[in-house]
Design a protein around this ligand. Structure first.
Ligand code: ATR
Length: 274
């Protein structure tokens, strides 16, 4: 993987655990790459015949010009997190958005036709919003800064010919939207360590029948997820998305089905270790 920083990434441990368990002759290593060296790093990948790369912040956009092909959804999102090297032909994918969706579907929730409220309109929201629109969810993007949600909606209209509704993150608006929703997704960093007491959605709005998906994975169980559980809602945590984006990348590189449970156990072990 390349990124900056990469020191605290749990992906190496997660991927290597699955390689080991399957007896596959691969190794996953993190490389800290500065912005100005992204092109050289991709050239190095070709020269060294690396089978694949994960790309993390801040290089997900910057790698694109150096690839031979980019998968359709990754192109629409404008971010690549996985590269596969097929005999010198480099293809970019976005398994963050695919992993988000897969974790949802694995929980038995098909977003098609569902009312979904996405909280947040930042970098993480874009792939999620596009994945959900691509799967015919009825979307509303709620953000503290309304103009940013509007920008994301505009981009969605350009790309898909359809835009989500948008709303500001005000208490009455959120209450009305969550009441109508089947699924609520938090893509903001509210509730992330060290602000573990915070939640983007007041607990009184949560109820049985609702699916609450928080992409924050540190802590493993956020305040939002704990509130949702207590309210009888179905919950999906950021660890699931993290594991599935890794599992989908693993499958593209190796052609083997990933050991999702092994990867999840390892991810949780690493996160608990801190
Ligand atoms: P990321 O790439 O992790 O999505 P980002 O692009 O900085 O990071 O976006 C962070 C998101 O969290 C934004 O939607 C941000 O809202 P604004 O657009 O209004 O900044 C949201 N966010 C961060 N802190 C927040 C807070 N305390 N309350 C509500 N939303 C917050």
């Amino acid at each position: 993987m390349i990124g900056d920083p990469v020191e605290h990434s749990i992906s190496p441990a997660m991927q290597n655990a699955s390689f080991r368990k399957l007896g596959l002759d691969y190794i996953y290593l993190p490389f800290r790459v500065a912005k100005e060296n992204v092109g050289a790093a991709i050239a190095g990948m070709r020269a060294l015949n690396m089978r694949g790369l994960n790309v993390t912040i801040p290089h997900k956009l910057a790698v694109i010009p150096y690839l031979d092909r980019v998968d359709d959804l990754a192109e629409k999102i404008g971010a690549v997190n996985t590269i596969v090297n097929d005999n010198g032909v480099l293809t970019g994918y976005n398994t963050d958005s695919a992993g988000f969706l897969r974790a949802l579907i694995e929980t038995g929730v098909d977003p098609k036709g569902k009312n979904v409220v996405v909280v947040g309109a930042g970098g993480a929201a874009r792939g999620i919003v596009f994945a959900l629109i691509g799967n015919s969810a009825k979307l509303t993007v709620v953000n503290r800064t309304l103009t940013r949600a509007e920008e994301l909606a505009r981009r969605a209209r350009e790309v898909f010919g359809r835009a989500p509704r948008v709303s500001a993150l005000s208490r009455p608006d959120l209450a009305a939207l969550v009441k109508e929703a089947d699924i609520v997704v938090n893509t903001t960093n509210v509730g992330m360590h060290p602000a573990e007491g915070e939640s983007p959605v007041p607990c009184e709005l949560l109820r049985p029948g609702l699916t609450v998906y928080d992409i924050v994975y540190n802590p493993i169980k956020t305040r939002l997820l704990r509130d949702a559980e207590a309210a009888g809602a179905k919950t999906i945590g950021g660890v699931d998305m993290l594991v599935w984006q890794g599992a989908l990348a693993f499958e593209k590189w190796t052609g083997h089905e990933a050991l999702v449970e092994v990867m999840k156990e390892e991810a949780i072990r690493q996160l608990r270790r801190g």
